[in-house]
Design a protein. Structure first.
Length: 117
């Protein structure tokens, strides 16, 4: 087991985010919060101690917002025009983890998903 030099943010959608998804995709009208949050995304961020972890949230909330919304609606024209901390907090909740452990025996491989943007 290895400890990574990263902290983690696990993101969950709220009822407001679910309502927006249903507006964009009426075929998902039966979705519940449980469906939406069945497999939450985890974002590794710079390692921070518990006394200043809010910095990593402020530094990364817009990127996280764009990724979460982009999983459901690719065309940014359909997205909210202004992405703010308040909007993020209305659409998402999150759990912060100070430590991240790697239990795999395989090498860690990172792909840059934003390299073409």
């Amino acid at each position: 087991m290895n400890i990574l030099n990263r902290s983690a943010i696990t993101v969950y959608g709220t009822e407001k985010f679910l309502e927006w998804i249903k507006e964009q995709h009426p075929n998902l009208h039966r979705w519940t919060l449980k469906d939406l949050n069945n497999h939450p995304n985890v974002y590794l961020v710079d390692e921070e101690d518990q006394n200043c972890w809010g910095d990593c949230f402020i530094d990364n909330f817009e990127t996280i917002f764009r990724n979460e919304v982009g999983e459901y609606v690719y065309d940014e024209v359909e997205w909210p025009e202004v992405i703010t901390v308040d909007l993020f907090r209305a659409w998402f909740t999150f759990q912060y983890s100070e430590l991240a452990y790697d239990l795999s025996k395989d090498d860690l491989v990172a792909d840059d998903v934003w390299q073409n943007t």
